[in-house]
Design a protein around this ligand. Structure first.
Ligand code: 0HH
Length: 208
């Protein structure tokens, strides 16, 4: 039986990075898909610690907050650095990715029509920070010489941005290479090619 369960709406949304990480780590998981009508009944919402999905279960452990899922999986599967200093840097970069994700989601859900062009124009100012980190570290990962949950999170955010603006990584060789390398990891490639991945929209409002 799969040890992990994701309960979420039928979107990639805030579970995109978790699913990519689980795939790459060779893990199986069960999906419980919650549709709009079911959610609006309100019963499930009442059981969610912050009144929101996604929910992640690892046996008896029940988690909310998608970045907590990534951190938990990082600890479980050796993707949280080799020591406390690496872990601290991984946290730092994961929070940097979260800042970019939050800006992206605000644009997608609140100001797509009015703010998309300005968002894309400003994007290099955010991407250049991650470019500098990857160019400096040289291992192909954000921290140390092995993959961490922050890498999966950055990768997934970059995939979404390439849908928003297909040329957005063109002037960032390290980011381009990062996306190419992670996309080619066999288990990630198989997941990205799967119907399970392709059938889900990135966001819940049809914007991308
Ligand atoms: N910080 C949290 C995390 O990272 C944020 C969770 C969150 O925003 O886990 N949850 C939203 C859904 S994510 C939520 O529960 C956006 C996907 C939208 C998909 C369509 C939703 C259709 C059903 C209403 N939102 C519902 C709510 O707050 O009542």
């Amino acid at each position: 039986m799969a040890p992990y369960t994701i309960t979420y709406f039928p979107v990639r949304g805030r579970c995109g990075a978790t699913r990519i990480m689980l795939s790459d780590q060779g893990q199986e998981w069960k999906e419980i898909v919650v549709n709009f009508e079911e959610w609006m009944k309100g019963d499930l919402k009442k059981t969610c610690v912050f009144g929101q999905l996604p929910k992640f279960e690892d046996g008896d452990l029940v988690l909310f907050q998608s970045n907590a899922f990534l951190r938990h999986l990082g600890r479980r599967h050796g993707a949280y650095g080799k020591n406390d200093c690496e872990a601290a840097h991984i946290d730092m970069f994961a929070d940097g990715v979260e800042d970019l994700r939050t800006k992206y989601l605000k644009m997608i859900y609140q100001e797509y029509e009015t703010g998309k062009d300005a968002y894309i124009k400003d994007l290099p100012n955010h991407l250049c920070k991650f470019e500098a980190v990857l160019a400096k570290n040289k291992s192909g990962f954000l921290v140390g010489d092995s993959i961490s949950f922050a890498d999966y999170s950055l990768f997934e955010v970059l995939l979404n941005h390439q849908v928003l603006s297909p040329t957005c990584l063109d002037s960032f060789p390290a980011l381009n290479s990062f996306v190419a390398t992670l996309s080619a990891r066999p288990k990630i490639k198989a997941f990205l090619d799967s119907e399970d991945y392709k059938k889900l929209p990135i966001n819940g409002n049809g914007k991308q």
